[in-house]
Every structure is written in structure tokens, then in C-alpha cells.
Design a protein around this ligand. Structure first.
Ligand SMILES: Cc1cc2nc3c(=O)[nH]c(=O)nc-3n(C[C@H](O)[C@H](O)[C@H](O)COP(=O)(O)O)c2cc1C
Ligand SMILES: Nc1ncnc2c1ncn2[C@@H]1O[C@H](COP(=O)(O)OP(=O)(O)O)[C@@H](O)[C@H]1O
Length: 326
């Protein structure tokens, strides 16, 4: 996926040895979701980088600035860091910078950010951003300021137009809204694929098996997922074809759970999934998560959920909306 002769690399620090001494094409953004707008931007930058024989660098932030600035509970996010790194590599990034977003970074002026991240570290020849890109202390820097700095430092600035679907601007916040509202098809149109979460299967309380519904569990590492409830899903990564499944995403109030957990029960499957990387593709929302008085009542409902999911999935194409990005 990367340019010939360039090994993919990831860095976290804004300062350090120059990473691209012969120049680079740099794309900057939060990229939460890697939706159609993000992809249009990265693909345009990639084409230019390949034409010039320069490495494509994608600069992003971790935590996301909106997570850093949030008071109290973390705001929901669409993609976890690992998924974002994998997605950016598949889109052709040769280098990904997941800069640590911290108090020191919020104090940086736009000029300081450009001098350190874009020039000293990456020797940018081109910088690609969205039209409404803002950066630096108090969000003082915009595309105009970037152009002025580029004219002096020797890089050109490329701001792409909004990508719209049926007249609606594609944005991470609109996708988060659609997911919360259970409008999975709408989210999928803006993403260019069905919404999915991937991760490594961890061990849980081992209760699922006793209830007759073993589930492969994925954790969120302190991040807040963008949706909750019970879903008809396809699980990828177990054998060659997608596995029909019913999944629950939530804190499991019935068993006094605390942290959010994604649990997928695969139909007609019996095997060990611990440690395996799987991807859960959300097809339709079945209901909200509930607190049941006892486990029997919950299991009865899970039977109905499983029937509902099988019915929904029977009518849905497993790969209709999937893109090669993930
Ligand atoms: C289809 C499905 C629906 C679920 N719905 C709920 C629910 O509404 N409320 C709840 O507290 N837990 C719900 N759960 C989660 C169960 O509480 C959980 O799977 C069970 O506690 C087993 O946990 P374990 O995997 O850690 O053993 C659901 C699980 C599945 C598979
Ligand atoms: N049909 C299935 N769907 C999901 N996981 C299954 C299935 N059959 C077996 N497993 C295995 O069982 C584990 C889940 O069992 P469970 O009792 O829910 O334990 P845990 O609490 O550790 O998740 C999964 O991680 C997987 O290794």
C-alpha cells in the first residue's frame, strides 16, 4: 500500500529527528471515522504524493482534541486509534503522526505548530486540509494563515471542497448523530461503508456460556463508543466469510457492568476466539439496552433478539456496503 521502498512508520512526538528530509506531502485532520470526506482528502493528497515521488504523511491527534477539551465524560468517537492507524495505512499513508494532544500543544501558536510539526519534522512541500481546518492556540490558524506560512516556508496549501451526499455535508458529527439515532443506513451512506468496530477479543466473566449465549467481547480502553444498544451484525475475521451474529454494546446494567463492552454472539459457531482480531459490522439496530430484573428475563429477550437478527441479516447482503478500506 505504501510507496515503493518506504516502510510504514508511526510517530507520536511533535519534536524529534526529521522524518522526511527530502520533503513530504502532509495531510492534517482528526479523521474520526475515515468517512467519505476524509477519504477524498487523503486520496487527493496521495495522488499528488505519488506523482511527485514524495512520502504521504497523515498527521492526526491522540487523544482527539474534542476528547482533551471535554469536561467530565469523554465524548463519543467513531474509530479507536488502532483502527485509524490501520485505515490510514490502507489508504496509502507512508507515515502516520498521532501527535499527543496535551496542554503544551494547546498553547502552541499556529506558527509554532507549522515550524515544528510541518517543517522541522516533515519538510512539507504540500499541505492538504479540509476547507474549515483550524489549528493552533484558540483555533487561531486557518487555511488563509496556512497559505501565508506556506509561501514563506516553501509548501503549497490544498483545501478540498466539502464532500456531500444528497446535498448533505459528510461530517463525523453527523455520522455520530445518525448512529445515536439508530439510523445505521444513513451513517453507512456518509461513511461509504457500514459502521464497524474492530478489536481483539478479551476474556469476560464467562457468564455468557452458562446463559447459552457465549459472546466475543471487545473493550474500548477508556474511550466512549458512538452507539449503544442491541444490533444485528456481521462479524469478520472468523474464517473466510462474514458470520451472522447478534451483538450488544453497552454497560450491561443487568449484571451491574460499568465499562462499555461490545459483545458479539456468532450464530452456528462453537470455537475459541480469545485473542483474535475481529470486526463487528453493524447492520440494524434491534433495541436499546435494558436493565432486567433477573437473568432468565434477559435470556428470553436475547432469544428474541437472536431471531430478529437472523431475520434482518437474511435480507441484508453481507458485503454490500463494505469498502476495501477495512
Ligand atoms: C443479544 C444480547 C443482548 C443483550 N442485552 C442486554 C441488555 O439489554 N441488558 C444487559 O444488561 N445486558 C445485555 N446483554 C449482555 C449480557 O448481560 C452479557 O452478555 C452477559 O452478562 C454475559 O457476559 P460475559 O460475556 O462477560 O460472560 C446482552 C447480550 C447479548 C448477546
Ligand atoms: N457462538 C459464539 N459466539 C461468540 N463466542 C463464542 C461462540 N462460541 C464460543 N465462543 C467463545 O466463547 C467466548 C465467550 O464465552 P463467554 O462465556 O461469553 O465468556 P466471556 O465472558 O469470557 O466472554 C468467546 O470469546 C469465544 O472464544
Amino acid at each position: 500500500m505504501t510507496a515503493p521502498g518506504v516502510d510504514f512508520r508511526l510517530f507520536r512526538d511533535i519534536d524529534g529527528v526529521p522524518l522526511c528530509p527530502s520533503g513530504s506531502v502532509v495531510c492534517i485532520g482528526a479523521f474520526d471515522g475515515l468517512h467519505l470526506g476524509h477519504r477524498a482528502l487523503i486520496e487527493a493528497a496521495r495522488a499528488s504524493a505519488r506523482a511527485r515521488g514524495l512520502p504521504l504523511v497523515v498527521l492526526s491527534f491522540e487523544p482527539l482534541p474534542r476528547e482533551f477539551f471535554a469536561q467530565g465524560a469523554k465524548p463519543p468517537r467513531l474509530v479507536l486509534p488502532r483502527t485509524k492507524i490501520d485505515g490510514l495505512a490502507r489508504l496509502g499513508a507512508d507515515v502516520v503522526g498521532l501527535l499527543r494532544f496535551n496542554a503544551a500543544m494547546t498553547r502552541m501558536t499556529p506558527e509554532q505548530f507549522v515550524a515544528r510539526a510541518v517543517m522541522a519534522r516533515l519538510a512539507a512541500r504540500e499541505v492538504w486540509v479540509g476547507r474549515d481546518f483550524r489549528f493552533g492556540h484558540g483555533r487561531a490558524g486557518d487555511v488563509g494563515a496556512l497559505r501565508t506560512m506556506g509561501a514563506r516556508a516553501g509548501f503549497s496549501v490544498h483545501a478540498i471542497e466539502d464532500v456531500t451526499i444528497n446535498g448533505e455535508r459528510v461530517s463525523s458529527s453527523r455520522i455520530r448523530q445518525a448512529l445515536v439515532a439508530g439510523e445505521l443506513d444513513h451513517a453507512a451512506r456518509l461513511l461509504g461503508r457500514r459502521y464497524a468496530i474492530d478489536g481483539r477479543v478479551v476474556r469476560g466473566a464467562q457468564l455468557g456460556r452458562r446463559l447459552g449465549y457465549p459472546t466475543a467481547n471487545l473493550r474500548f480502553g477508556g474511550k466512549t463508543p458512538a452507539l449503544s444498544g442491541i444490533y444485528a451484525t456481521f462479524v469478520h475475521g472468523v474464517g473466510d466469510s462474514p458470520r451472522a451474529s447478534v451483538s450488544s454494546l453497552g454497560t450491561r446494567p443487568t449484571v451491574n457492568g460499568r465499562e462499555p463492552l461490545l459483545e458479539a454472539h456468532l450464530f452456528d459457531f462453537d470455537g475459541d476466539l480469545y485473542g483474535r482480531r475481529i470486526e463487528v459490522e453493524f447492520v440494524a439496530k434491534l433495541r436499546e439496552e435494558l436493565k432486567f430484573d433477573d437473568l432468565d428475563a434477559m435470556v428470553e429477550q436475547i432469544h428474541r433478539d437472536a431471531d430478529d437478527a437472523r431475520r434482518v441479516l437474511g435480507a441484508a447482503a453481507a458485503t454490500a456496503l463494505r469498502q476495501p478500506v477495512f
